[in-house]
Design a protein around this ligand. Structure first.
Ligand code: MD6
Ligand code: FE
Length: 216
């Protein structure tokens, strides 16, 4: 009886504010997991996860793929969005309907109405993988928010300010959490600390991050 009540009560802090137009939606993606995880397998069968090289000549520790009309890529020439997967020469896989629904609903829950994502970057982290502090600046206009969905192993998300040297908040992100940032917070620096190896019950020793954007 007591267990059931605990299970049914909402999480203690479902919305955590990170800024005037930035928040964490705890567990928001959990109802979508059953549809989203198999859809990732379909995507990677068409456009496999791969390491990419940064303009500075470093190989990224995360492996990535994309779905949607546009996909985020990087090589020695720079960061950009492309309609075609450079590895396969084919368009990126179509964005699954459940992905779009999740992104649009999460944006709305964070008070961004009418989000129309055309790009979904899928990052795969294994233990030790990280993402250094950066701004998302390759999108055509900054009017739309960024919606970032965490699945699998937990990670520590770094959310900074508008200068690289500004202090960063350390935000633990668990399976099912969604971070949304836009408006005055759209260009804030962010990153992910190196992952510890704490295997997740469903996903094992990996973390998947889905980043939805309106890029074009
Ligand atoms: C994450 N990714 O993987 C967040 N931004 O948890 C990003 O913030 C990101 O992977 C711009 C370009 C590539 C990325
Ligand atoms: Fe980013």
């Amino acid at each position: 009886m007591e267990t059931l009540e605990l299970f049914e009560s909402p999480p203690p802090n479902p919305r955590q504010r990170l800024g005037p137009a930035a928040m964490v939606l705890r567990g928001f993606a959990l109802p979508y997991v059953q549809e989203v995880v198999p859809a990732i397998e379909v995507i990677e069968a068409i456009s496999p996860f791969r390491h990419m090289e940064t303009p500075g000549g470093f190989t990224m520790s995360v492996t990535l793929t994309n779905c949607g009309a546009l996909g985020w890529t990087t090589d020695r020439r720079g960061y950009r969005y492309t309609a075609v997967d450079p590895d396969t020469g084919e368009p990126w896989p179509v964005m699954p309907e459940a992905f779009a629904r999740l992104a649009i609903q999460a944006a709305a829950a964070a008070e961004f109405d009418d989000f129309e994502p055309d790009a979904c970057l899928v990052n795969r982290y294994t233990p030790g993988a990280r993402l250094s502090l950066h701004q998302d600046k390759n999108e055509r206009d900054y009017g739309a928010p960024i919606v970032s969905v965490s699945l699998g192993m937990r990670a520590t998300f770094l959310f900074g300010g508008h200068a690289r040297t500004d202090p960063t908040a350390k935000v633990p992100l668990h399976h099912g959490d969604v971070v949304v940032w836009g408006g005055v917070d759209r260009l804030r620096y962010h990153g992910v600390m190196p992952l510890k190896d704490e295997p997740h019950a469903l996903m094992g020793s990996r973390r998947i991050n889905l980043t939805f954007r309106k890029a074009g």
